[in-house]
Structures are given as C-alpha cells and as structure tokens.
Ligand binder design. Structure first.
Ligand code: 13P
Ligand code: SF4
Length: 317
C-alpha cells in the first residue's frame, strides 16, 4: 500500500485509487524498469523500450498511461494517434534525446546524404521522422544486420551503443557523438575494484555504457536482456551496470541471488536516471484523475515518425 497525504492533507491510498481509475478509464499502465518499485508494481506491463513499444502497438485500452520518459510516451502516441496518452511528468526527458536537437541532426544528416539512417529509440519524434528505421538496445544488432549491405549507415544518437553494434555486426557506421548521463558515470576503475572484491560475480551491463566498461562485461543487453540473463544464469552473484531501477525485478525474480549495483550503493544516487525518477505514485494518480498531462504531437510529425517505427517493429519479428 502506498498512502500519502494529498494537497488538502487527506490520506490517499494511491495503489487502490490508481487501480480504480484504471478500470474507470479503461486504461493500461505501461512502465519501464527504471521506474520506482511502487510504480512497477501497480503497472499492467513492465518492459524495456522494445517490449513497451510492442505493448503500446497492440493495446485495446482507450487510455495509455506511460510511466517512463518522454520519448517512450511519444512512441506510444505515434503508434496510437487516436488514443489518449498520459505521462505523469512531461519533463521526464532523456539526455540522449535532448543532446540530439533536430536542427543539428538535420545538418549532420545533410553531410552524409547517401547514408541509411538508423536512430536509437531514445530520440525525439522529429529525429525519428528524419530516420529510415528505429532500433532499441534489444534489437539494434538485428536491425543493423538488415540494412542493405550496399548502404553506408549513420547511427544516432548513442555513440556507445553504436560502437557496440559496429563490433557485433562488422558494419562501419558514422556515429552521432551522444551519450547517456547515467550510463557514462560507471567508471572502469570502480568496476574493476568491484570485480576484485566479488571474483565470483558475473558482470551484466547495458550497451549504453562506455566501451572501457563494456569490455569487462560477461553479458551485454537491454534491460529485459539483463533481467532474463540473471534469472536463468547458474551464477549466484551479479554486478549490475545500469540504472538501479532494474534491481527491483531482479530481486523479485531471484530473491536468493545477490545483485550489486555499480557503482556501489554508497548514498550516491547517480545510478538513478533523474528523468525517469520524476514520475512518482502521486503524479501517476493525479494524471489519471485529471487526465493530464497529455502527450500530444503535431499530426504531420506523428505521421512522419510512424514509418521508421513500423519498419522497426516489422524488422524485429
Ligand atoms: P532499454 O530499452 O534497454 O530498456 O533501455 C532504455 C534506456 O533508456 C536505457 O537507458
Ligand atoms: Fe535517457 Fe539515460 Fe535516462 Fe535511459 S537512463 S532514459 S538513456 S537519460
């Protein structure tokens, strides 16, 4: 139960109220693994970017309440132009998306006019609209492998994921120099220190981490990939190199295993995404009660961004 005082000082049982609002609105709550535990627990579906996009594409609900960041809710809206899409805090952005402004991206693209544009889903709708296909961390290798062999590739906006995909596919790609503020703080030195302290631990890392960090990983994958891996691995101890929200499902799925966040939990919350954490149970409850803030996009932009997203869904099958 998650009870808190509302603005008038009255007690609100957020969990119960949210469940009731969900029924009344015929809403579905989609949540990313980086949301706080209470939000993950009240959601109908928790997933990585690809699974959330796939869930949004096939939902029958009238209202999509998206507990994640802006680009994820945008994706849900592009795939469901007629539906009401709510995001508890519209300021929940993403450093990767913010550091790739559409005008600068257009200029970058113009310098490489013959290139096939693969954009990471962590980008604005405007950048998606300028792309040939979208990818997520879980399908990036598969998507790039399907780009015609005679085409040169421009990949944006995450240079670290791009470099990882280049290694996996053998395809040369021009990379937009973006990175995630959360994943770039994991230092190689601290990771090596942790490995020395926990020699039996398996290291699992998200491909948004720098190459020097990924070099030490036993398994690299999307949030869902990391979760599935630790649940099925025979190992008992894991160093988890991604945002700390994923630990909730890891501990739930394998309470007998030990998960060590990198960097260690020493009071610093720099392994929490400040954008994802803008969403709270109170904001979730309020946005469902008031049906605002709503995610809206200009119709022409929505239509332009749909084709590369649909191509991603087709190429992911
Ligand atoms: P996933 O698609 O792996 O969940 O990643 C989303 C993200 O924003 C990672 O920082
Ligand atoms: Fe964006 Fe990084 Fe937050 Fe993921 S963790 S939403 S890439 S800022």
């Amino acid at each position: 139960m998650n009870r808190k005082g509302d603005a008038m000082g009255a007690e609100v049982d957020y969990e119960r109220e949210i469940q009731e609002l969900k029924r009344n609105l015929n809403a579905v709550i989609l949540a990313h693994y980086y949301q706080e535990s209470e939000i993950q627990d009240v959601a109908d579906f928790v997933g990585d970017s690809l699974a959330l996009a796939q869930a949004a594409a096939k939902t029958k609900a009238d209202v999509i309440v998206f507990c994640g960041v802006h680009f994820m809710a945008e994706t849900a809206k592009i795939l469901n132009p007629g539906k009401l899409v709510l995001l508890p805090d519209l300021k929940a952005g993403c450093s990767l998306s913010d550091r790739c402004p559409p005008a600068a991206f257009r200029a970058f693209k113009e310098k490489h006019p013959d290139h096939f544009v693969v954009s990471y889903v962590n980008s604005s709708a405007a950048v998606k609209a300028m792309s040939d296909v979208i990818c997520t961390s879980s399908n990036a290798v598969k998507i790039v492998n399907q780009v015609p062999k005679d085409r040169r590739i421009l990949f944006a906006p995450d240079q670290h994921l791009g470099r990882y995909v280049m290694k996996q596919t053998g395809r040369d790609m021009v990379l937009w120099p973006g990175s995630c503020i959360v994943h770039e703080i994991f230092s190689e030195k601290r990771l090596v220190q942790l490995k020395v302290q926990h020699p039996e631990a398996e290291v699992v890392a998200h491909p948004e981490c720098e190459e020097a960090v990924l070099r030490h990983a036993d398994y690299i994958g999307s949030t869902k990939g990391l979760l599935d891996h630790v649940l099925k691995s025979p190992k008992r101890e894991f160093i988890v190199v991604t945002e700390a929200g994923i630990l909730h499902q890891m501990k739930r799925g394998a309470p007998e295993k030990t998960f060590i966040p990198a960097p260690p939990d020493n009071g610093c919350s720099c392994n929490e995404c400040p954008y994802m954490r803008l969403n709270t149970m109170e904001k979730l409850y309020r946005c469902m009660k008031d049906k605002t803030p709503e995610l809206t996009l200009p119709a022409d932009l929505q239509a332009a961004a749909l084709a590369p997203l649909q191509r991603m869904l087709e190429w992911s099958q």
